[in-house]
Write a protein that binds this ligand. Structure first.
Ligand SMILES: [Zn+2]
Length: 388
């Protein structure tokens, strides 16, 4: 198999090598305050073994920390309450750092080990940072993170416990993103900025393989609907990439309906999908994000153009939910299933609650639960009327 990067917009191809992040001509069209232009996808030529997940880095480079293979399970009480016999939870809170982001960090760390890179740098709203710090600790890599000073305490504590260097940024994620790029550009460190590094999308595709493997094991086949919490649009694109691979390998017959679940206060991708305009014009000027779901709170969705292209290509849908709906869903999910999810993941459940009556009970719905509720105690406390 020969692996390469391919621009999702113009189709140009590139070697997978350190220093390559975006498509050269497309990235020159980058507009200020707009999603990243020229995001690359990973692809391959040749025959792949349909029984395994095709990945561009050989297994021997992966850290031994157990990422992925998280449980897909049936929340029986929620199924009964809502008359949804085919509802499933994909519980990625079981990853080592308590977040789905470990899937991306794991692949990026393997790439760094393969190429002898010693330091990885990134900006994050919190989960990518704590995740990269965890996997970096397992792999023996230096990790430097730029994090908004207001990121939840638990995520900052994780970063420091795992031994990473934390740079607190007085400002938003968007400012942290720019500062981290300036640093990696100056020092030659490997950037793990989400969407900017194509491996962050590729690593996340593994979840689609696990969902299909587990459903096929119980005779359910492929899912009909997958509900994904969406901020930057990278998890969304990663999930789509996994299903595209599965289709190519003959493991599924069609791409499921993917639902982009966004907070009302950070809904750039949902607005772009509803817009009659295309590309950057669909996004318009950024709107300052305002939601308690910090993991999906972004002004400019970095992977917006790529995510929008996928949603349009596969007739994906968007649903937006208010912070109150997120908090109600968080409590309902925890008390109805035993799974305590952070607000962003609860947005996926809130999105399902909002649209479920339009879905058929025989359709298989998978909710992607991407982060543990213990990562953001303050938001959960607010939902309970407690002071944190
Ligand atoms: Zn291009």
């Amino acid at each position: 198999m020969k692996w390469f990067y391919q621009c999702h917009a113009c189709g140009a191809t590139y070697e997978i090598e350190p220093g390559r992040y975006l498509c050269t001509p497309c990235s020159k069209l980058q507009q200020k305050d707009r999603p990243l232009a020229g995001v690359l996808e990973v692809d391959w030529e040749g025959e792949a073994d349909p029984r395994t997940v095709p990945l561009p880095i050989e297994q021997k480079w992966f850290a031994t920390i157990p990422v992925g293979q998280t449980p897909l399970w049936s929340p029986l009480r929620l199924r009964e309450e809502f008359g949804a016999p085919n509802l499933w939870l994909k519980d990625d809170t079981c990853n080592p750092s308590g977040s789905f982001k470990d899937r991306a960090s794991w692949l990026v760390a393997a790439f760094a080990k393969k190429h002898g890179v010693k330091e990885i740098v990134l900006a994050s709203t919190g989960n990518a940072a704590s995740s990269m710090a965890a996997v970096g600790a397992a792999a023996g890599l230096r990790i430097k993170v730029f994090l908004p000073a207001k990121a939840p305490l638990a995520k900052r504590i994780q970063v420091l416990q795992y031994g990473a260097e934390l740079v607190a940024v007085d400002g938003t994620y968007d400012k942290a993103f720019d500062l981290s790029l300036e640093y990696s550009g100056r020092t030659g460190s490997l950037s793990r900025n989400t969407a900017y590094n194509p491996l962050t999308i590729e690593g996340k595709k593994t979840v689609a393989f696990e969902i299909v493997d587990d459903l096929q094991r119980v005779g359910s086949g492929a899912p009909d609907h997958v509900f994904v919490p969406v901020g930057d649009g990278v998890i969304l694109a990663g999930v789509y990439r996994g299903f595209e691979n599965l289709l190519r390998l003959g493991r599924i017959k069609r791409i499921p309906t993917v639902w982009a679940c966004q907070a009302e206060g950070s809904n750039a991708i949902a607005r772009a999908l509803a817009s009659p305009l295309a590309g950057n014009d669909a996004f318009g000027d950024p709107v300052s994000s305002n939601t308690l779901a910090d993991s999906i709170s972004v002004d400019v969705p970095r992977n917006g153009l790529h995510a929008l292209a996928k949603l349009k290509k596969y007739a994906g849908k968007a649903v937006t939910v208010s912070d109150d709906e997120i908090l109600v869903a968080q409590k309902k999910l925890a008390s109805g299933s035993g799974l305590f999810a952070e607000p962003s993941s609860s947005a996926a459940f809130a999105g399902w609650l909002k649209v479920r009556q339009g879905l058929s009970a025989d359709e298989t719905c998978v909710l992607l639960i991407t982060g543990s509720g213990l990562k953001d105690i303050a938001a959960a406390a607010r939902g309970l009327g407690l002071e944190a």
